[in-house]
Write a protein that binds this ligand. Structure first.
Ligand SMILES: *Cc1c(COP(=O)(O)O)cnc(C)c1O
Length: 364
């Protein structure tokens, strides 16, 4: 099956084979070595040249666990966070801060609208109790890229801490973490890094990690300092998904061999191939071209074609697309191009898509 949903993704045979390495105990040296390799590769891939300034906490859990860990570990006593919410994943972060009673009302925008840095500046001036601002980099709801650097600059200018959910953008869209005043970045193995789902991580600025150690512990499983020793080396407080870590390590090697910039270019080309063809078929994207990510495109469903029909006909042909969420559920569909997909896979999908569209038009 070819997966055109935004994770889990198709992985290479090389990554799949890594699952078959020997059974090991996570309290033995072999696992520590594996974990430290993963940590080093993450830093090499995402903060090249600034590896000394960051560390990576690695958690067994889906992307949401990394996002929640970053939010819950970053507040001093009495301080609060502010979430910028312009999609399903921003809404999720907002709900997390509400659940744990550590947020102020979110900065809520219409889906597809990008936040204005000046509005964030104003909110921070008004709310001295806010210590951390959280935002999603690639809002997977519609395939929208939020202005990470601009918002990070404003947050930093107000002496606050910026946290980014880059779960669906790391290795898919450009992001200058070290050059952008970003303290915490949540990511996962099973999207653009092309590993299996089940391991996630938070990149943390080392200076901030020191401050974080004095903050009250708000969660047992998700307290980030617990995942790092005094030197900032990764530790495993709980039983990790060992085999998934093997595959993650292999996926990171694959990423570094391909090169992060080259991976991003490959995704960009794949998205262009899809977008050019969809345009000739008359489909309308939801997000304007200049704000689209490299890895997902949301389209309005053609008149008279239901998502269920489109999805089922494509699935019969071996391709899985993704539904809209929330208020757009019945109006749009999404096509992601993350994962180990060849040009042939994409051509095959586009041919199948055209066929399904033409059949639906005839039967109408
Ligand atoms: C996929 C995704 C997540 C995490 O989802 P999980 O199902 O927990 O892996 C978080 N944020 C964004 C922007 C995502 O696309």
């Amino acid at each position: 099956m070819i997966l055109l949903n935004p994770g889990p993704v198709n992985v290479s045979e090389r990554v799949r084979q890594a699952l078959h390495r020997p059974d090991i105990c996570h309290r033995e040296r072999e696992f520590a070595d594996l974990l430290h390799r993963i940590q080093d590769k993450l830093l090499k891939a995402f903060v090249p040249g600034a590896e000394q300034d960051y560390t990576a906490a690695v958690i067994t859990g889906s992307g949401t666990s990394a996002v929640e860990a970053a939010l819950m570990s970053s507040l001093p006593q009495g301080k609060r966070s502010l979430v910028i919410n312009n999609g399903v994943y921003g809404e999720r972060m907002s709900q997390m801060t509400l659940t744990h009673r550590m947020g102020i009302p979110d900065l809520k925008l219409e889906w597809g609208k990008r936040p204005d840095p000046e509005v964030v500046r104003l909110a921070l001036r008004q709310h001295q109790e806010v210590h951390l601002v959280g935002m999603v980099h690639h809002e997977t709801t519609l395939g929208l890229i939020n202005p990470a650097k601009e918002i990070a600059d404003v947050v930093d200018s107000q002496n606050r801490v910026f946290m980014l959910d880059a779960v669906s953008s790391l290795a898919g869209d450009p992001l200058d973490i070290a050059g952008s005043h970003i303290y915490l970045v949540a990511g996962t193995s099973g999207k653009c890094i092309q590993g299996f789902p089940g391991v996630s991580f938070v990149l943390i600025r080392r200076g901030f990690l020191q401050r974080m150690r004095s903050y009250p512990r708000k969660s047992w499983y998700l307290h980030l300092p617990h995942y790092l020793d005094e030197e900032g080396r990764a530790t495993v407080p709980f039983t990790p998904a060992v085999q998934v870590y093997y595959a993650f390590d292999e996926a990171l090697s694959e990423l570094l061999e391909e090169g992060v910039a080259k991976r991003i270019e490959r995704y960009k080309r794949a998205a262009k191939l899809i977008r050019d063809r969809m345009k000739t078929l008359g489909l309308k994207p939801v997000v304007p071209a200049e704000f689209q990510s490299n890895t997902l495109t949301a389209y309005y469903l053609p008149e008279g074609l239901s998502y269920e029909l489109l999805h089922d006909r494509l699935k019969e042909r071996g391709y899985v697309i993704y539904a809209g969420q929330g208020q757009l559920e019945s109006k749009i569909f999404r096509v992601a191009n993350m994962g180990a997909l060849s040009a042939q896979d994409l051509e095959g999908f586009l041919a199948a898509f055209q066929e399904v569209l033409e059949q639906a038009a005839v039967s109408r």
